[in-house]
Design a protein around this ligand. Structure first.
Ligand SMILES: NC(=O)C1=CN([C@@H]2O[C@H](COP(=O)(O)OP(=O)(O)OC[C@H]3O[C@@H](n4cnc5c(N)ncnc54)[C@H](O)[C@@H]3O)[C@@H](O)[C@H]2O)[C@@H](O)CC1
Ligand SMILES: Nc1ncnc2c1ncn2[C@@H]1O[C@H](COP(=O)(O)OP(=O)(O)O)[C@@H](O)[C@H]1O
Ligand SMILES: [K+]
Length: 517
């Protein structure tokens, strides 16, 4: 039900392209023409008045696309300079190069020939999905300078040097585009890590390959089997992707009562404010009952919200006892809990094997106690930020820290998927590129480059509460975590600058209204 938009790996993109060409229904040359036409079209949409453009063409088919863009912008009245290589590219790119040479010269692809006028457009057609190693020599020098220019940069497929499988640059040279036009589908690297920031606005151009994408697991039109890597890595999830079933499940039926919407327990500890933020979020997202469980008998201090129940929960036996109530449908341990308290309460909590969110101090407790690690189960949602992830999975984090020498590079997506497989849980790795992974599931990515105000204390506690509320309401861990990340980011987006964590739960009604719940 919860779907999102499919994201392809570079290998899958290539396989789809090959299947299309092998069918005889389209040639590589035609695909290249369509790709270049789409890029030129997007440039003309965004810059309707023809100006000056420098097109940088690399050694492969990305360069081929660049020659098409040059020809088409020239035809539209632009003043076009082309910098290219003397190499003999593949037949399609070579043909496009010749067609350009009938119009104008090709200057060497050198840093000193980059435009000097600040408003000149630059089209980056040096490397696309074919990048396999860090840029070297003259191209490295040019890309270094390109990373410093302030001219608007339009990237074909990606800013050159980016590995489109991982979103990581294969060197420290990282040009930044204002606009990236890619073909058929988003690739993982557009959405995660440095790619998210360096691609600028990403447009996906339809170049007529969707037929082969859709039927990739069947037989090709030419009767041969498609040899596509079967495993789709991930889906991109946006508010606009939500389906009617999910919307209905988020709403409340008139016939239901509070227990139909579940009962969430939120364990509170040394910093009760954090747990209160989680509890408020769980209530706002629609859990029928939310009980805050402090370690001291509650004093009668009227801390809002009044709708919150309170239950003293001190010893592990108290936890086991509380979870015997079958009406309790979800649990949250971590925010403001304290590591010792989390460590003491986790054994009975995990033994109950019900839906639970493990955040903050619970994650720290698990990182130091192998017994807790072993007790994790598929009802758990782990919500680490980068630091917590590094404590839980130091080896996976190390693989992300070195500059990769070859592509495809190990990615945050790989790390999250590996972590989910190892722990046997649903894992949500927080960030501007939040990744939700679960064993045997295709991961989901929720991006929020436009919500920098989420970098505020307590934002994670609210996310944990939203997910707990959704678990309590009966969403499975993978959907609860994905929807939670989406609602959380949208709440921040709607509030805008000045946001503090306390504001987030109270934005949820507006998010629901906007979603049509
Ligand atoms: N469906 C598709 O994916 C389509 C792809 N097209 C274009 O084709 C591109 C892929 O073309 P290619 O596979 O030729 O690859 P690229 O053009 O991305 O570049 C790779 C070329 O550079 C070489 N190379 C890789 N790393 C290098 C380095 N560090 N220094 C020097 N040379 C290096 C490779 O051996 C290869 O020849 C896409 O990005 C896209 O722009 C379009 O033409 C049409 C459709
Ligand atoms: N710059 C940012 N842009 C978008 N989202 C962010 C940014 N910084 C943090 N977030 C999000 O805010 C939340 C912060 O969680 P966390 O680091 O656990 O905070 P805390 O521990 O203070 O509650 C996460 O959901 C994270 O994805
Ligand atoms: K490029």
């Amino acid at each position: 039900m919860l779907k999102g938009t499919e994201i392809l790996s570079c290998a899958q993109m290539r396989a789809i392209e090959s299947a299309a060409m092998a069918s005889g229904e389209v040639t590589g040359l035609e695909l290249m023409e369509r790709a270049g036409r789409a890029v030129a079209g997007q440039i003309r949409l965004r810059w309707p008045k023809p100006g000056r453009v420098t097109v940088l063409c690399g050694p492969g088919n990305n360069g081929g696309d660049g020659y098409v863009v040059a020809r088409r912008l020239h035809r539209a009245g632009w003043r076009v300079r082309v910098l290219g290589l003397e190499n003999t590219p593949g037949p399609d790119a070579a043909k496009m190069k010749r067609l350009w040479q009938e119009i104008g010269p090709i200057l060497p692809l050198e840093a000193n020939l980059l435009p000097t006028a600040p408003d000149d457009l630059i089209v980056d057609a040096i490397f696309g999905i074919g990048l396999t190693r860090p840029p070297e020599d003259a191209i490295a020098a040019l890309l270094t300078q390109l990373a410093d220019v302030t001219n608007p940069l339009v990237a074909i497929d990606c800013p050159s040097g980016l590995c489109l499988d991982s979103g990581r640059f294969l060197s420290q040279i990282a040009p930044r585009a204002v606009l990236t036009i890619t073909f058929d589908s988003l690739k993982t690297g557009h959405l995660i890590d440095a790619g998210l920031e360096h691609c600028g606005k990403v447009i996906v151009a339809d170049i007529g390959l969707s037929h082969w994408r859709r039927y990739r697991q069947a037989t090709r039109p030419d009767g041969k089997d498609v040899t596509l890597p079967r495993r789709i890595t991930s889906h991109h999830l946006r508010i606009s992707d939500l389906d009617p079933d999910t919307m209905q499940q988020l709403g409340k039926q008139s016939s239901a009562h509070k227990f139909s919407h579940g009962h969430a327990l939120i364990i509170s500890g040394m910093a009760p404010g954090a747990a209160r933020l989680s509890a408020r979020a769980a209530l706002r997202v629609g859990a029928g009952l939310v009980t805050l469980c402090p370690e001291e008998p509650p004093l009668d201090i009227p801390t809002p919200p009044d709708a919150l129940m309170r239950r003293w929960l001190d010893e592990p036996e108290d936890m086991a006892h509380a979870l015997q109530d079958t009406r309790v449908t979800a649990l949250c341990i971590g925010p403001g809990c304290g590591i010792d308290r989390a460590a003491a309460l986790l054994p009975p909590a995990l033994a109950a094997r019900g839906p639970c969110v493990l955040d903050a101090d619970a994650l720290s407790a698990i990182a130091i106690d192998p017994n807790l690690w072993d007790a994790l189960h598929d009802g758990c949602v782990l919500t680490p930020h980068g630091g917590e992830f590094a404590r839980l999975f130091p080896d996976l984090t190390r693989r992300l820290s070195d500059i990769p020498a070859t592509g495809p590079a190990w990615s945050r997506l790989d790390a999250a998927q590996e972590a989910a497989a190892r722990s046997g849980t649903c894992l949500l790795l927080k960030g501007r590129d939040t990744i939700i992974a679960a064993p045997f599931e295709q991961a989901r990515i929720v991006t929020s480059l436009d919500t920098p105000w989420l970098a505020t204390a307590g934002a994670g506690d609210v996310l944990a509460g939203i997910i707990t509320g959704l678990l309590a309401r009966g969403f499975n861990p993978f959907d609860a975590a994905s929807l939670g990340a989406l609602i959380h980011a949208q709440a921040a987006r709607l509030f805008g600058p000045g946001l503090i964590a306390d504001d987030l739960p109270d934005m949820i009604p507006q998010v629901f209204r906007q979603m049509g719940v």
